[in-house]
Design a protein around this ligand. Structure first.
Ligand SMILES: Cc1cc2nc3c(=O)[nH]c(=O)nc-3n(C[C@H](O)[C@H](O)[C@H](O)COP(=O)(O)OP(=O)(O)OC[C@H]3O[C@@H](n4cnc5c(N)ncnc54)[C@H](O)[C@@H]3O)c2cc1C
Length: 378
C-alpha cells in the first residue's frame, strides 16, 4: 500500500489553498489528493473583500470598489479603493492549483475517486477508496461537506444564480450585495448581483431560511424576477446553487485527522463567506507544516459566533415579515465601509464592533441577545 505524509480529502477551496502553499514553499513530504469530480469545473464563484493578498489574487475575474444594499426603495452605496470586493471563478482557482500540483511528480491526484471509509490503529490512517484500493497517510485533511441539522437561531442560506450574457447588461454599477424583496417567506430573501463585464452579469436569488427551500422553486422565482426585468431571453452562460449552513461548525482535529473548510468551521455563520477565512487558515497551516509543527485547525472567535447568533436571532424575531432587510440597510448606512468590511470578513477591530453595535436598533438586538444567551445555556 502506498504511504503518504498527507492525504487531502476533496480538491475544494480549503485543500487547494493548502496545496498551492505547500508546493510554493517546497514541502518535502508526499501528498495524495482524493477527489470524486473531474476537473476543472465551474460550479461556483468565490467572492469577498480582499483584506490581504493571497496566492489566487491574480485569478480574480473582477474587483469592485463600490457595493450597495437596498430595502423598499432605500438604497445605500458604500465603497473602498483600499479593500476591493473580488470575484474568483472556481475554474481559475482550480487551474492554478492543478498546475501547482502537476509540478510535484511525487504527489498523487486521484481524480474520479472518493473516500469510502478510514481506519486507524492510532496512526497512520488507512483510507479505503471507492474502487476498492487503499492508501496510507500519516495526516488527513478532510473537506467533505458536513451533514447537518440546524437549530434556531442558525439557518440555511439557499440560493440559485444565473450568469447571464446579452445586451443591456452594463458593468459600471456597484455590486448589489442585497436587494431585499418584500417576500413573506421566512426569514428573508434578496437578490445578489455581480456586474461582471459589459454584457455579462451574475444574478442570484438568496434566502435565509430555517428549512432548506426547494432550489427549483427558488429558481422559478428568480426566473420571474429576470422576466420582469426583460432578461428572460438572455443566454444563461453558467448557473450556481446551493444550501450553505449559516451555523458555527465545531472544529475537529484529532489523531492526525482534521476537518477543514466548511466542514472544519471556516464558514462565517452570519454571512456564508468562507473563501477568505480559508486563505488565512491555509497560510498558518502551511507555515506549521513547513516548520514541522502540528498544523493549526480552522478557528473562529467565540465573540463573533455569539454576535452572529444574536444577529440571526434578531432576524427570526423580526416583524413584519418582508422587512427583515431593514437592519442590514441601516447597518451599511451607519457603519464606515472599512469597519463593515472587516466585520463581514471576520477581522474586526474592537472599534469596528462598537460601530456595528451602535448602528443596530438597540431594543430588538438586546431582546435577541437575551434570547440567544438563554438558547446557548439550554
Ligand atoms: C455555489 C457556491 C457559491 C459560493 N460562493 C461563495 C462566495 O462567493 N464567497 C465565499 O466566501 N464563499 C462562497 N461559498 C461558500 C464556500 O466558500 C464554498 O463552499 C467553498 O467551496 C468551501 O470550501 P471547502 O473546501 O470547504 O469545500 P469544497 O470547495 O466544496 O470542497 C469539498 C470537496 O470535497 C469533495 N468530496 C465530497 N465527497 C468526497 C469523498 N467522499 N471523498 C473525497 N472527496 C469528496 C467534493 O467533491 C469537493 O471538491 C460558495 C459555495 C457555493 C456552493
Amino acid at each position: 500500500m502506498k504511504h503518504f505524509d498527507i492525504a487531502l480529502i476533496g480538491l475544494g477551496a480549503a485543500t487547494m489553498s493548502l496545496a498551492v502553499r505547500l508546493v510554493a514553499q517546497g514541502y518535502p513530504g508526499q501528498v495524495v489528493i482524493i477527489e470524486p469530480r473531474e476537473y476543472p469545473s465551474d460550479d461556483r464563484t468565490w467572492c469577498g473583500w480582499r483584506l490581504a493578498e493571497h496566492p489566487f489574487t491574480a485569478q480574480a475575474t473582477r474587483t469592485w470598489s463600490t457595493w450597495a444594499v437596498s430595502q423598499a426603495g432605500e438604497s445605500v452605496v458604500r465603497g473602498s479603493d483600499r479593500t476591493p470586493y473580488e470575484m474568483l471563478r472556481a475554474s481559475a482557482v482550480q487551474s492554478q492549483a492543478l498546475d501547482a500540483i502537476a509540478t510535484r511528480p511525487d504527489w498523487a491526484l486521484l481524480a474520479g475517486r472518493s473516500l469510502q471509509s478510514a481506519s486507524s490503529d492510532n496512526q497512520p490512517w488507512t483510507l479505503q477508496l471507492d474502487n476498492g484500493s487503499s492508501i496510507i497517510a500519516d495526516r488527513v485533511f478532510d473537506s467533505r461537506p458536513p451533514a447537518l441539522t440546524l437549530e434556531r437561531p442558525w439557518v440555511w442560506q439557499s440560493f440559485v444564480g444565473r450568469e447571464l450574457v446579452g445586451p443591456g447588461l452594463t458593468d459600471d454599477s456597484p455590486v448589489r450585495l442585497m436587494d431585499f424583496l418584500d417576500d413573506e417567506a421566512p426569514l428573508l430573501t434578496f437578490v445578489y448581483e455581480l456586474p461582471i463585464a459589459p454584457g455579462r452579469r451574475l444574478i442570484e436569488l438568496t434566502r435565509f431560511a430555517p428549512q432548506r427551500p426547494s432550489l427549483s422553486a427558488l429558481g422559478a422565482q428568480l426566473d420571474g424576477i429576470l422576466a420582469d426585468r426583460g432578461l428572460a431571453n438572455h443566454a444563461i452562460d453558467r448557473e450556481e446553487s446551493s444550501h450553505l449552513p449559516m451555523a458555527p461548525i465545531a472544529p475537529y482535529n484529532r489523531e492526525g485527522w482534521m476537518r477543514v473548510g466548511t466542514a472544519g468551521g471556516s464558514m462565517r455563520p452570519a454571512t456564508g463567506y468562507a473563501f477568505h477565512g480559508i486563505q488565512r487558515w491555509a497560510d498558518q497551516c502551511a507555515d506549521d507544516l513547513m516548520a514541522g509543527r502540528p498544523p493549526c485547525a480552522p478557528s473562529r472567535r467565540r465573540t463573533m459566533d455569539w454576535l452572529d447568533g444574536v444577529f440571526l436571532e434578531s432576524l427570526w424575531r423580526h416583524t413584519p415579515a418582508g422587512s427583515a432587510g431593514k437592519p442590514f440597510v441601516q447597518l451599511f448606512d451607519r457603519t464606515p465601509a472599512e469597519a463593515m468590511v472587516r466585520f463581514l470578513m471576520s477581522r474586526p477591530h474592537i472599534s469596528d464592533i462598537a460601530h456595528i453595535l451602535r448602528s443596530l436598533p438597540p431594543t430588538p438586538m438586546l431582546r435577541a441577545a437575551l434570547a440567544h444567551s438563554r438558547q446557548a445555556m439550554d
